[in-house]
Design a protein around this ligand. Structure first.
Ligand code: URA
Length: 243
C-alpha cells in the first residue's frame, strides 16, 4: 500500500519551503494538486500526485541513506541551540538528512543518516530489535558476576534493560581500565552508560561499531558512505520482523 502524506510535509521534504512556509503557500491558494487548487492543510497526497507551486512542478527529493561515523563532540541532531557541531553539518543541506536515533555527544561511531521517513520510522520503532554493538572502555576491573548480571538483564528503578551479549576484550590491571564489547537490542537513552554506572563503573569511551549487519570496517571519524538499495531493503525487512 502506498502511504499518503500531508501536502505541507511533502513540500517541505522536497526542499521548496519550510513546513510553516508551505502552509502559508497552501492557504493562499498557490498550490495545485493534479490541477486543482488545494487550500486545506490536512490534505494528503500520494507519490503519484502532481504538485505545482505557481504552476512549477515540485520534484520530490530522492530518498538517500548513509552510514556515518560520528566523531566525538558532535551532536546527533539537525540543529543545536548551543552552536555545537551537528551531524547534519557533514552533509549537504539539500539532502535534508536527519539522524536515526542518537549517539551521545561524547560517543563516537556508527549512525544512520537518512531522508527516508519509512526507514527512520521502522528503525526507531520502540519494539525494534536490531542489535547494536559498542566497544566500551570503563574505569575499573570488570567482575564476572557483573558480566553475568548484564547477560541476564538489569532492572534500574523502573527501567528494564533486556539481556545483552557481553565479551571482555582486555583488562588492564596497571591502568585499572577494562575494555568490553556489548551488544544491545533496545534503543533506550544512555543505555550503555546507565548499565555500567548502575554496576559502579564509569564509561570512559564509547564507540558504536555495528548496527545489525553494518560494520565500521574501513571507516574513521567523520567518514560516511551511502547505503546500497540491498542494505536498505535488508534493514527494512529486519525491522519489520522485529515488530
Ligand atoms: N548508550 C549510551 O549510553 N550512549 C550512547 O551514545 C549510546 C548508547
Amino acid at each position: 500500500m502506498v502511504e499518503k502524506e500531508r501536502l505541507q510535509k511533502v513540500m517541505a521534504s522536497s526542499g521548496v519551503a519550510s513546513r510553516r512556509k508551505s502552509e502559508i503557500l497552501i492557504k493562499s491558494g498557490q498550490i495545485k494538486v493534479n490541477g486543482e487548487v488545494i487550500r486545506t492543510l490536512g490534505f494528503k497526497v500520494s507519490p503519484d500526485d502532481q504538485i505545482k507551486i505557481n504552476n512549477h512542478l515540485i520534484k520530490p527529493i530522492a530518498k538517500k541513506s548513509y552510514l556515518f561515523y560520528k566523531p566525538q563532540k558532535v551532536i546527533s541532531s539537525t540543529k543545536d541551540e548551543y552552536n555545537r557541531m551537528t551531524v547534519s553539518q557533514f552533509f549537504s543541506p539539500r539532502l535534508h538528512l536527519f539522524p536515526v536515533g542518537r549517539l551521545d555527544y561524547d560517543t563516537s561511531g556508527l549512525l544512520i543518516m537518512t531522508n527516508d521517513g519509512e526507514l527512520a520510522n521502522l528503525l526507531m520503532h520502540p519494539r525494534f530489535t536490531i542489535p547494536k554493538t559498542y566497544l566500551v572502555k570503563i574505569k575499573g576491573l570488570i567482575k564476572s558476576n557483573d558480566l553475568e548480571k548484564i547477560r541476564q538483564g538489569i532492572k534500574i528503578k523502573n527501567t528494564k534493560y533486556a539481556p545483552a551479549k557481553i565479551k571482555v576484550k582486555k583488562v588492564n590491571k596497571e591502568t585499572g581500565n577494562s575494555f568490553v564489547k556489548i551488544t544491545l537490542t533496545e534503543g533506550k537513552n544512555h543505555e550503555v552508560k546507565n548499565i555500567f554506572s548502575y554496576l559502579g563503573y564509569s564509561v570512559r569511551r564509547l564507540t558504536r561499531i555495528q548496527i545489525a549487519f553494518l560494520k565500521d570496517e574501513g571507516m574513521r571519524s567523520g567518514m560516511f558512505r551511502q547505503l546500497t538499495d540491498i542494505e536498505i531493503k535488508k534493514l527494512k525487512n529486519l525491522s519489520k520482523k522485529g515488530r
